[in-house]
Design a protein around this ligand. Structure first.
Ligand SMILES: [Zn+2]
Length: 127
């Protein structure tokens, strides 16, 4: 009987071997902290970059949607959507998405692009 050293290799549930120096738990926890930080961060207004955005607002010409704070209030002459309402309720969002989806393509695509930028900036769409 040979007395070879056991070469135990940890595997992830998907069968891929772990790098022996990989601190998996630390890595996972760091990701969790990062997600929490993103959630705490309220995306800033796309115009002034200073205050948290409070609405998705459409600007003429060109049906251009931006997420903004109150700094643009005097320049807004188009529709707007409350970020609190839109991001706070799946029901509100579904109704609004359906309504906006029926508008012309430049209008709806710009709106959904603004929502995507908002999420990329750390905005959270709650259920
Ligand atoms: Zn602003």
């Amino acid at each position: 009987m040979s007395s070879s050293t056991s070469t135990f290799t940890a595997h992830r549930t998907d069968g891929q071997p772990l790098h022996p120096h990989e601190d998996l738990i630390g890595h996972l926890l760091a990701r969790q902290v990062h997600r929490k930080e993103l959630r705490r961060k309220k995306p800033r207004c796309e115009v002034c970059g200073k205050k948290p955005a409070v609405s998705f607002s459409m600007f003429y010409p060109g049906y251009r949607w931006l997420f903004v704070c109150m700094c643009t209030a005097e320049d807004e002459h188009g529709p707007w959507v409350s970020i609190k309402d839109y991001c706070g309720s799946q029901k509100f969002r579904d109704d609004k998405d359906r309504h906006i989806g029926e508008k012309r393509a430049e209008y709806s695509e710009s709106f959904f692009a603004a929502v995507a930028r908002y999420v990329d900036a750390g905005g959270v769409l709650r259920q």
